[in-house]
Ligand binder design. Sequence first.
Ligand SMILES: Cc1cc2nc3c(=O)[nH]c(=O)nc-3n(C[C@H](O)[C@H](O)[C@H](O)COP(=O)(O)O)c2cc1C
Length: 190
Amino acid sequence: MKIVMISGSRNLSGQTARAANALLDGVSNAGCDVESIFLPTLELDRCSQCEDNGWGICRKEGICIIEDDFASVVKKVREADAAVFATPSYYGDLSESMRAFMDRLRRICVVSDGRIGIQDKPVMGVCVAGGGGGGALACCLSLEKVMNACGFDVLDMVPVKRQNLKAKLNNLRLNGAWLATAAKMKPTVQ
Ligand SMILES: Cc1cc2nc3c(=O)[nH]c(=O)nc-3n(C[C@H](O)[C@H](O)[C@H](O)COP(=O)(O)O)c2cc1C
């Protein structure tokens, strides 16, 4: 079993990473392999709304024509048995890299071909408000909305703020164990 963690933070050892790593500890302790991908380290453009009507080939074929790292991250998500999406809360919303990735992902998921390996895949979201501490919940709503639009099976959303990060680490480890259990129960997508 393999679980991929997609992070919208550029800080490999920051607060988002700390929260996500606690969840991944739970996943590893349950016997699953983990891989972490940090979106800000990749080349990831925003959607260019290819056609005048705002759509593009995504709507017909479930692929994106922009040649950057998007397709390789989607491939990793498809191949994984479950996924974690973790983002710092910026202005009570997703980080820009997570926004760019998720906005393109939901477009290719408009058609069934694009949803292959995504539909019903168990996922969890973690949103970390590491400044004043406001906006973690709003960020979770935003992330959950786009994950639902993609067709994922959203098992849980975990809002974290600077003030409760340490207290949430044990819960995140339990979440990881639960995600691993869900991944093992899901039939493999062909
Ligand atoms: C552009 C920007 C907007 C931010 N907005 C918020 C916010 O609305 N609420 C908050 O608590 N922290 C905010 N922060 C702080 C981040 O949430 C904090 O730096 C982040 O959670 C730390 O995660 P990291 O260690 O993974 O970078 C903001 C930071 C940046 C750079």
